[in-house]
Design a binder for this molecule. Sequence first.
Ligand code: HEC
Length: 197
Amino acid sequence: MRLKSLVLTVSVTSALIVSAVLAQSSNGVKAAGKRYLPEYTASGDLILPKHFHEWVYVGSPLTPNALNNGKANFPEFHNVYIEPGSYEIYKKTNEFPEGTIFFKELQLTLPAQPPDGSRTEPSGRGYFPGPFNGGDVTVKDSKRYATTGGWGYYNFNHHEPKAPTATLRPKEECGYCHMASAKKDEVWTQFYPLLDK
Ligand code: HEC
């Protein structure tokens, strides 16, 4: 009787272990295999990437008006995200894979108290995030964007709501600057510690 219950316990336990291992490995495969790749319209415009707020956040450069003679090109926080499946690959290979998407969402600072454009909140004096204000996107595809070093540049409005689709921007408008001064493969990894390796 005791032996019987021991055998039962052992077999139930091992069944549980087996199913736990199976569950873990199928989750693992799912997480590693799943990527959101760029989607295009029939005419070749880029479709606004889906669920980018759930991507991997890498940093928020800030160039407020008050520090740029009152007229910064982008006075907002620039919240930058990378598509998570591409990030997984980058961590292993140290290269941005084909199909990598970066989303730079612009986010206004809350109304300021002059003269330096900052405001005081319980945490101190500084700049505090307010409403979203459009976004810029880059996509890696060496063939499709061969003339701009393998990256495509898109603007989805500099206001809300973001445009549902965007047309490719010429090199003179975007790519030239990234090609000249971004640290790694046209990405400003110098500002994103998570990617700067
Ligand atoms: C004069 C230089 C310059 C031009 C022109 C420019 N960018 Fe950038 N871009 C930057 C800098 C610097 C950063 C990182 C720091 C920041 O956001 O302030 C950046 C960051 C980005 C990022 C975040 C990912 C990354 O590469 O770091 C995206 C996406 C982006 N730019 C898209 C665009 C698009 C689309 C255009 C054209 C509509 C454009 N950029 C034009 C300088 C430029």
